[in-house]
Design a protein around this ligand. Sequence first.
Ligand SMILES: NC(=O)c1ccc[n+]([C@@H]2O[C@H](COP(=O)([O-])OP(=O)(O)OC[C@H]3O[C@@H](n4cnc5c(N)ncnc54)[C@H](O)[C@@H]3O)[C@@H](O)[C@H]2O)c1
Length: 353
Amino acid sequence: MTRTLNAAVIGVGAMGANHARVFARMPTTNLVAVADIDPVVCDRIARTYKANAYSDYREMLAREAIDVISIALPTHLHCQAALETMARGIHTFVEKPLADSVANARVMIEASLRYGVVLAVGHIERYNPAVIALKQRLDNGQLGRIYQIHARRIGPFPPRVQDVGVVFDLATHELNIMEYLTGTGIRSIAAEVMCVDNHNGHEDLLSAIVRFDDGIVGMLDINWLTPTKIRQLSVLGEHGMFLVNYLTQELWFYENRSAMDRWESLAASGPSEGSVIKYELERVEPLRAELEAFVDAALHGSNGLVNGEEGLRAVFLAEQILQAGHEHRMITLPPYRPVLAPIRLPGSHDPGR
Ligand SMILES: NC(=O)c1ccc[n+]([C@@H]2O[C@H](COP(=O)([O-])OP(=O)(O)OC[C@H]3O[C@@H](n4cnc5c(N)ncnc54)[C@H](O)[C@@H]3O)[C@@H](O)[C@H]2O)c1
């Protein structure tokens, strides 16, 4: 019989409140406590899920017997809190980005190894059914050679984010997804950043072009300046173009008819419009899938998990993009083989062509 783990959450604002809800409802976890310096927020969440409330997370760690914990604090506080939870032998899930610097991300990974605990990172889009289905179709060769991968993550500014800009807050999602989908590492970065409104000096717009090891071109269009929220990714290749809408969890395929029809392709000089397919996908809550994978790893040591190494890589790429953007120059990176967690949702299967 599977053991029920005692769970807790540090920081129950916008994201942490959802972690508390999921832990309270999962059959493998029992939400015992939450901590937040905002007493109103903390008491509300604690009362809703019948957990103990603490204004000081250190007091919570000292008093409660906790097996697994989520840290959903502002990004600059992730490292310190995670070092304290891991030192107590608690399996630790940290919201993305893993840390506010490569140096801090490294210290966190070292601590997880030293204390023998799971360190998971909240790259939630990896658990989006549209991304998982796209990855399976790319690996099955449906697109043929990949030419370009293009991410748009744009929308209004969420005022609660005060400690980082769009590169750490938003681009880290896409950097992780791009290396995951292509299976190759980013080798060069050209970027421009802008600070239009004053976010403590942090950028609110990023336009970047990256190049992957095998020549694939990546484009990132990221901002907090657009008056509508768009979360989209397209992958263009030999046989057409995939389009993901992260928000609606939809996956589309725009077929290149010339590439599909051998005779026509001999005559044609370029792509032509073919069928447009919208795949039927079962919608899931990515956070639930993500925390299930985390708890599973805590219980059984499974590897279907976005781990500290992947979190570190996203933070490293974010730092490089900021440098390229601020210095207006192209940066070349050493070769890198992405560490790819084989993520599957419960009941998912390999799609056919
Ligand atoms: N995976 C995703 O898609 C996603 C989405 C949103 C946010 N996030 C990440 O989650 C983290 C939190 O973001 P958010 O939007 O929930 O922010 P938020 O401001 O809504 O929540 C942060 C909470 O931490 C509390 N807090 C601050 N300092 C504290 C301390 N010292 N001790 C205890 N509590 C403290 C605040 O009172 C607040 O309630 C960030 O790292 C962010 O990048 C991830």
